[in-house]
Design a protein around this ligand. Sequence first.
Ligand code: SF4
Length: 367
Amino acid sequence: MARVLIDYKSYPFLINLREALEVKYPGLRIEDVISLTDNYPRRRSLYLLKTIITKGYIVEGSGTSEDETLVFYSLLIGAKALNDKKLISKIALSYAKYSSRKLSKEPIPLIIMIARKLGLDAEVVKNPPRIPIGVKKRKAEYITKPIAIPVKQYLRLTASRLARDPKYSLANQIVDNGKVFIDRDIMIRLIEEEIFKKILEMADSIEYDINKLSSYLDEYKKILEETRWFERKGLDLEKAKVIGYNPKALPPCMKNLISRLENGDNLSHHERFTVAAFLTNIGLDTDTILEFFKNTPDYNEKIARYQVEHIAGLRGSRKKYLPYNCDTMKSLGICPINNYCGKGRNPLTIYYYNIRKMKDREEVVEN
Ligand code: SF4
């Protein structure tokens, strides 16, 4: 019989953090690794943070099993350090679903191995019970239940999120001698539950030195806030980042402010702030943004650079600011129109909407 091997990349929570560190970064702690500015665990964990928030999805990685283990722990430590229970739960669920997808392509012996590694007493049954489901060409047809699991474990795993689904009700299973007999799909679903619970427990007990995490946490927090903001607005962060500056898509407020900057007008503090925040959020870098401010009467490059970098989250609190929303713009007298531009309530939303519409129009012409 062929040997069954587990590809731990698909189940990184099964590898001990210390073991993974010893293989990849001997002598270092995970805090030391992710404090370094550029390495696989830091880069990929921050990338996955976005896909987990927006899609609840783990994208396949190119790292080794140990790399993926370090990525997993980095993500979990970030969420734990920020005391973000909702995020911990989302990470746990995303990994549980990712592993479940992988398990659906694995043979039964490997599914059982994973179940056992998670502490479940699952086993393959030699003479599995068969349930007759009909007759075809004069022959009785059956479905088999080739896996057995103790009733106690089965009840524990189906007690919360699966409780309302009759498919998992004990009354609909074959039970004999303290064991429930199930098929591979139900086993995989139970494993998914166990992974979810296990990751939540791991988050409870994980240890780290928060003092060594500041640079990682700053970036983590920034991505979290930014991604959630875009998610609330129904926008795609990845697309938004590459959009850049397109004067035709500007909402009237930004058109007006930018035109006044070009004419050398002296903008108020609020006006400067909101236009700089707008430009930084559509992906312009500091030097490009400074070009917009060069004609202002009191322009001082050193001060302007500091302020723009502060708004872009590159200095001080490292928080990236958003432009004021439309209601604030109206109350400050910066919005030049009486109603609203559209459904969005922030100039950024309107800008992205306009860009999308322009792209749709281009696509129609190209086709
Ligand atoms: S409604 Fe909002 S986006 Fe439109 S001009 Fe006013 S502030 Fe700008």
